[in-house]
Design a protein around this ligand. Structure first.
Ligand code: FNR
Length: 348
C-alpha cells in the first residue's frame, strides 16, 4: 500500500510542482477568473480560486461556453456561475474547496478535476460561516476528520491535493498536525503564519513556519506576509524568512496584483485597465468586478472619479471611466454574436 501511495503522489506531483512558486492566495470575491488570469500574466506561477463551498458546486452543471471559450459550473436553479475557468489557466489553477465532509469533497473533486490543476481544502478560515458548518479552521480542531478528507481525495483523484491551515498557539502541536496531514499524501501545505484568533494587523510568525519546514518533507507554502510586501523582492524575502518552499500572497496582490511582476509594480490605473479588459473578455459579473476595483482604489474612492465609479452598475459604465467603453461594447457584441448567454449586466 505504501508503494502504491508513493506512486500516486509521484504521478500527481509531476503535474503541478509546488516548489519555488509564487502563488495567488485564495480570496473570496477576489480570486475569480479575470484576477487569476491577470496574476498569471503578471508573473504568478499558481493561482488559487476563491473558496467554493462543496454544497454549491455539487449541484452545479458543467457547461462549455464557446462564446467566451470558458468552462462554466452553473447553478441550475438560477443560472449563477459558481466557477468559471478556461484553458489558459488549466495547468496552474487550484480550486479551493470549503468542506466538512469527505464524500462531498470527493464528489466535487470528481466533477472538476479534469478542468483544474489541483484541489485545496480550506482549513484556516476563522469566519463564523465556516466554523458553524464545520469547515475552515474548525477542521484543525478535528485532525482525524481533516486527515480523512485529505486521504480520500488523495487516493481517489488524479490531481494533486493540498490544504491551507493556520498555525496553532503551540509550535509542537502545529508540527504534529502538519505531520499528520502530510502523511495523507498531500502534495504541499499552505500555512498562514497566524493563529485562528490573530488578525491581519498582528505580526505573522515566520519562525513557526521554519520549524514546520524542518519537520516535514512536503513543500511548505508560506502565507501571511502581505503586511510587509510592497515590492516583488518582498515576496522572496518572506519566503526566505519562513524557510519555505513557496510563497502565497493575498492582500498585497488584492491591492496591486503586479506585485508578482519581477520588473516592478505597475501604476494602479494600468492594473485596473488590464483587469477591466479581462473582466469584459470573460463577461465577469459587474458587482464582482466593482468589488475588485474598489480593493485597488481604496481611499481613491473618495475622489470625484472614485465617486462616479461607485455609481456604476454595469461593466460598460465602469469601463467608460477608464476609457474602455468602446472595447467593452465591441467585446460584448462579439459575445452576443457567438451566443453567450451573458449575465454581465445583471445586478444581483
Ligand atoms: C482571504 N483569505 C482567504 N483564505 C482562504 O483560505 N480562503 C478564502 O477564500 C479566503 N478569502 C479571503 C478574502 C480576502 C478579501 C482576503 C483579504 C483574505 C485569507 C488569505 O488567503 C490569506 O491567508 C491572508 O490574507 C493572509 O495572507 P496575506 O494577506 O498576508 O498575504
Amino acid at each position: 500500500k505504501f508503494i502504491k501511495n508513493m506512486s500516486i503522489v509521484n504521478k500527481k506531483r509531476q503535474c503541478l510542482d509546488y516548489k519555488n512558486k509564487l502563488i495567488l492566495a485564495p480570496m473570496v470575491r477576489v480570486g475569480t477568473l479575470p484576477m487569476r488570469l491577470l496574476a498569471l500574466e503578471m508573473g504568478a506561477d499558481i493561482v488559487y480560486t476563491e473558496e467554493l463551498v462543496d454544497l454549491k458546486l455539487i449541484k452545479s452543471i458543467r457547461r462549455s461556453n464557446p462564446a467566451l471559450q470558458t468552462t462554466d459550473f452553473v447553478d441550475p436553479s438560477d443560472g449563477t456561475i459558481i466557477f468559471r475557468t478556461c484553458s489558459l489557466e488549466k495547468s496552474r489553477v487550484v480550486l479551493q474547496l470549503g468542506t466538512s465532509d469527505a464524500a462531498r469533497a470527493l464528489a466535487v473533486g470528481k466533477l472538476v478535476q479534469h478542468d483544474i490543476a489541483g484541489i485545496d481544502i480550506n482549513m484556516g478560515c476563522p469566519k463564523e460561516f465556516s466554523i458553524k458548518g464545520g469547515m475552515g479552521a474548525a477542521l484543525m480542531a478535528v485532525p482525524d476528520k481533516a486527515a480523512h478528507i485529505l486521504s480520500s481525495l488523495c487516493s481517489d483523484l488524479d490531481i494533486p491535493v493540498t490544504c491551507k491551515i493556520r498555525i496553532l498557539p503551540d509550535v509542537e502541536d502545529t508540527i504534529k498536525l502538519v505531520q499528520k496531514l502530510a502523511a495523507t499524501g498531500i502534495a504541499a501545505i499552505g500555512v498562514h503564519a497566524r493563529t485562528r484568533d490573530e488578525r491581519p494587523q498582528h505580526r505573522p510568525h515566520p519562525d513557526v513556519l521554519r520549524a514546520l519546514a524542518d519537520a516535514v518533507d512536503i513543500p511548505i507554502i508560506a502565507n501571511g506576509g502581505s503586511r510587509d510586501m510592497h515590492a516583488y523582492e518582498d515576496l522572496h524575502k518572506f519566503q526566505r524568512l519562513c524557510g519555505a518552499d513557496s510563497v502565497m500572497v493575498a492582500r498585497a496582490a488584492q491591492q496591486n496584483v503586479s506585485i508578482f511582476r519581477p520588473e516592478g509594480l505597475l501604476p494602479i490605473d494600468d492594473v485596473i485597465c488590464k483587469y477591466l479588459r479581462l473582466s469584459v473578455d470573460y463577461d465577469n459579473a459587474p458587482h464582482n468586478t466593482k468589488y475588485c476595483v474598489q480593493s485597488i482604489l481604496k481611499e481613491l474612492q473618495e475622489t470625484p472619479r472614485g465617486k462616479r465609479f461607485l455609481q456604476c452598475q454595469t461593466l460598460q459604465q465602469i469601463c467608460e471611466i477608464w476609457h474602455l467603453g468602446d472595447y467593452c461594447r465591441m467585446r460584448q457584441q462579439q459575445h452576443k454574436l457567438h451566443g453567450n448567454i451573458g449575465r454581465s449586466d445583471v445586478v444581483p
